[in-house]
Write a protein that binds this ligand. Structure first.
Ligand SMILES: *Cc1c(COP(=O)(O)O)cnc(C)c1O
Length: 426
């Protein structure tokens, strides 16, 4: 390996450093702390809690009736599944390409995750979905818009309607995104968002559950641990919806507190602006990587309005040793790539076959995709210029690896080779 020459671009920013919390949010949080009333139901007179206000503002932003703030995105998914009525042993369809809390939420409610294959653009494979609905008789899809890639929601809607399968959306990476001008999170019976540090608004931990279904929301509110304070919600159903629900539903305590809600409300007001800032960074990377030999960028359909808070690219045909070499070369130049083909889970990056508790589910198409899939966060602390430098580093590092391959071994750009499939093991 040659060492980087002085003319080599090198990057020194941190891939895990988010922007500071806005001053307005800090002031609001300090005011909550000064009051001592951090619990969402600890209000005086006709005071409305920060959590109730956040819920109302988020429901309005999304254009839905109801919203409940809770402890995490994973918890929001558990609530949605439970409130929808998933029972022990029920099969629940979900993407094979997603983050571990998604099958984890299904497992938490006693459901049986059925993983669906991944298409070439990183979205759920709708043909495999069709087949697995028929095979398993599953009545629910927990759809993960993983890394912000939105499938053809029109085709998906027709397919689910045809089979009578309900949809819950995992919008951890699509807060602020849309399909055909309709907000991501408004397509199913419910949607779940995360306000964890690496998502689009940051309260450390936190989740938001949205729905237009008053009965589902009444169950979710009680499940979250509402202690009979339903009247202190601004984005919940009318009291009549609670009826027997309050008596028939367990308290599975997982509320949001007013400190986090106070931090989130001013960030919500910045969401649209930040989406533009992320997309400017995303474009800086894709413009530089577009056309680089051996590398493919997933296609983004015109109907999709995405938030480019991370970027993925595929090097189909790169063998595992060369993929590791690409990671190493980029790392030496300060660029932290994640690779979904690694044999063992690392950092946040794990893969369906690392979730051994699910039992073995053969997913050859997903394995082929993941073997060549690289992933990178684009925090807003990076400038647009930084993003160009990062992309140049990736392009240069990849070119060096391809140049070092024996001529008869250059399989890049071809259909995934047998060597790729080998790399998917582990
Ligand atoms: C982050 C994330 C979640 C929710 O995660 P929490 O850490 O529980 O807030 C759900 N789905 C995906 C795809 C995620 O990346």
């Amino acid at each position: 390996m040659t060492e980087p020459t002085p003319a080599d671009p090198v990057f020194s920013g941190s891939f895990t450093q988010q922007e500071p919390i806005p001053e307005a949010a800090i002031e609001r949080a300090v005011a909550v702390m000064r009051s001592g009333r951090l619990h969402r139901y600890n209000t005086v007179a006709d005071e409305v809690s920060e959590t109730a206000l956040l819920e109302r503002e988020f429901a309005d932003l999304l254009g839905v009736r109801y919203c409940l703030a809770c402890a995490s995105g994973g918890y929001a998914m558990q609530l949605a599944l439970r409130a929808h009525g998933v029972a022990s042993g029920d099969p629940v369809l979900t993407n094979a390409f997603t983050l571990s809390p998604v099958p984890g939420a299904i497992a938490a409610v006693g459901g049986r995750p059925v993983l669906v294959e991944t298409g070439p653009e990183l979205t759920i494979d709708l043909d495999d979905l069709d087949a697995k609905i028929a095979d398993t008789g599953a009545r629910l899809l927990l759809l993960s818009h993983m890394r912000g890639h939105i499938t053809d929601m029109d085709r998906l809607g027709r397919l689910l309607a045809h089979h009578g399968v309900a949809l819950i959306e995992d919008c951890a990476h699509t807060m602020g995104a849309a399909w055909n001008h309709r907000p991501s999170g408004s397509f199913g019976v419910a949607a779940c968002f995360s306000t964890q540090t690496y998502k689009h608004i940051n309260s450390g931990e936190g989740g938001l559950l949205t729905t237009d279904d008053g009965d589902l929301m009444a169950r979710a509110v009680v499940l979250s641990g509402s202690y009979m304070f339903h009247d202190r919600h601004l984005a919940g159903p009318a009291p009549v919806a609670y009826g027997d629900v309050s008596l028939d539903t367990a308290n599975m305590s997982g509320r949001m507190d007013d400190l986090r809600a106070a931090i989130l409300r001013p960030q919500l007001a910045q969401l649209a602006i930040n989406a533009e800032r992320w997309n400017a960074r995303y474009r800086a990377v894709t413009e530089t990587l577009d056309g680089v030999p051996g590398l493919r960028l997933p296609h983004r359909p015109a109907a999709e309005r995405f938030v480019g808070s991370s970027i993925q690219f595929l090097c189909e045909g790169l063998d595992p040793a060369d993929a590791q070499a690409l990671l190493a070369r980029c790392r030496r130049r300060g660029v932290e790539l994640k690779w979904f083909g690694a044999a063992a889970p690392a950092g946040y990056t794990s893969r369906h076959d690392h979730w051994r508790y699910l039992g073995s589910q053969p997913l050859p198409a997903t394995d082929r995709i993941l073997a060549g899939l690289f992933d990178m966060r684009l925090p807003l602390t990076f400038s647009v210029e930084d993003c160009r430098t990062i992309a140049q580093i990736i392009a240069r590092s990849l070119a060096e690896i391809l140049a070092a391959q024996p001529a008869n071994d250059r399989t890049l750009g071809d259909a995934p080779s047998a060597r790729t499939v080998d790399g998917a093991g582990g």
